[in-house]
Design a binder for this molecule. Structure first.
Ligand code: PNW
Length: 454
């Protein structure tokens, strides 16, 4: 019960968990150190012409060697939690079978240092660095990948639980690693599959979550919490009247039918299957049961709105965002702070979810240096400030949101944008690995300290 706050003061609940997030391939570097295997992102980024400046994650933020000083930065920020991910090929170089103890040891060191600093580790098991050997066997097109993910999740969650980790997420952003990786081809492995193949692959991805959820549960203490971090399309009403809100509620469920809705309901919606017709995926009742097994919390990565309006035929219609729609520096990152009101609100209302974390929110912005060498990322401050106001409003209206993680602690390897887009609260000079806290870091530190939007 989150009763100890005054809704009128922009205050967050007293036990609210403030954090920051990163992911293994984006920050670790050390890509061939201590027996780490090759991931699809190594292969993709090493192939010339895929990514601006041919940037890759070979070194990234070198967090593999600098985690101690990076954790000192977390302490400076005053955050209570750090969301990181484990690199599958660091732990299982061949994707299955033999465990690389030296790889696991890195995460044990990281977790021990977090505990020493009084920071709670939130561990994501799959943030897109699929072992290349598994891609060679079809990757997410192959049902076996879902089983292999679960086997890796069992080993890793057991080791992390032994190290004292109590919070686990199976996968990060189902839509991104399936669609960007296999439909548009902008992410690794860079394929462009048709609708039928995508429907089947999406099914294996949610199955990967479901099988991993069971595997983690079997290997961690009963009081550990296990969920996922997903990025549902954040259906948002253009106008806040009853009719538009209802259209957005329908949209939130249907736009995410093959991902979060399938996981929350253990079935695909009728509309989804009808739209696909002969391209619908093959699935069994047992699979749907595994996919729909209850999670302890739902993690939402929320960046941009999908505006929705009523439609007589299908109940809702998505309003396209034209080229002049306001955006942050990444072209996909349109600005609409209300989505951080509606996404947790609908998640709680539609499925009765009792525990929600915002596992990512943040933005690429211009990092201007002022005369004294300060990084004046004013746009990022405004973005986070406006989104957090909406989140506070959602909590005041009853959404059970327990915590919020800024993406990201520091600038890092932004996938197909390489190092050309920065999301950090802390600036990283990649030539020297020097870290410089930005204006947004100072802003976020005061939000955390005061427990309210300043
Ligand atoms: C998320 N889109 O990715 C990821 O979880 C992070 O690893 C990433 O760095 C962060 O957001 C910023 O991009 C996304 O095209 C990538 O809509 C692409 C999209 C959304 C999220």
């Amino acid at each position: 019960p989150q009763t100890h706050f005054a809704p009128s003061s922009q205050q967050f609940p007293s036990e609210f968990l403030w954090g920051t997030a990163t992911a293994s391939y984006q920050v670790e570097g050390a890509w061939n150190v201590d027996g780490r295997g090759v991931s699809i992102w190594d292969t993709f980024s090493h192939k010339p012409g895929q990514i601006p400046n041919n940037d890759n994650g070979d070194i990234a933020d070198d967090e593999f060697h600098r985690y101690k000083s990076d954790i000192a930065m977390l302490r400076e920020l005053g955050v209570k939690a750090y969301r990181f991910s484990v690199s599958w090929p660091r732990v299982m170089p061949n994707g299955t079978g033999a465990v690389n103890q030296k790889g696991l040891d890195y995460y044990k060191r990281l977790v021990a240092a977090l505990h020493e600093a009084g920071i709670e580790p939130y561990c994501t098991l799959y943030h897109w660095d699929l072992p290349q050997v598994l891609q060679d066997k079809g990757g997410w097109q192959n049902r076996d990948t879902a089983e292999h993910l679960a086997a890796y999740a069992a080993v890793t969650s057991r080791a992390m639980a032994d190290a004292g980790v109590h919070r686990f997420m199976t996968v990060n952003e189902l839509r991104t690693f399936t669609e960007n990786g296999y439909k548009t081809g902008t992410h690794a492995p860079g394929l462009k599959l048709d609708r039928k193949a995508m429907a089947q692959l999406n099914h294996y991805a949610v199955l990967g979550h479901g099988l991993s959820l069971a595997a983690v549960r079997a290997n961690v203490p009963h009081d550990a919490l296990v969920g996922l971090a997903d990025n549902p399309n954040a259906a948002t009403p253009v106008i806040n009247d009853a009719e538009h809100i209802e259209a957005a509620r329908i949209g939130f469920r249907e736009e995410n039918a093959q991902y979060l809705t399938a996981i929350m309901e253990g079935r695909y919606t009728d509309l989804y299957l009808r739209k696909l017709g002969a391209d619908a995926p093959h699935f069994t009742d047992a699979e749907m049961k595994a996919i729909g097994a209850p999670v302890d919390f739902v993690g939402l990565n929320i960046y941009q709105p999908t505006y929705v309006t009523p439609d007589a035929a299908s109940g809702y219609k998505v309003i396209p965002q034209g080229p002049t729609f306001p955006r942050m520096l990444s072209p996909w990152l349109t600005i609409g702070p209300e989505c951080l009101y509606w996404a947790p609100t609908f998640t709680a209302q539609i499925w009765g979810v009792k525990s929600i974390y915002i596992t990512e929110n943040g933005a690429s912005a211009e990092d201007r240096l002022d005369a004294s060498g300060q990084v004046m990322d004013v746009d990022r401050v405004m973005y986070i400030r406006n989104y957090l106001s909406q989140l506070q409003r959602a909590i005041a209206d009853g959404a059970p949101v327990r915590g919020y993680f800024v993406w990201s602690l520091m600038d890092n390897y932004e996938w197909n944008d390489g190092y050309s887009k920065r999301f950090g609260l802390v600036y990283v000079d990649f030539a020297t690995q020097k870290r410089i806290p930005k204006l947004s870091a100072r802003f976020y530190r005061s939000v955390v300290k005061e427990n309210r939007v300043i």
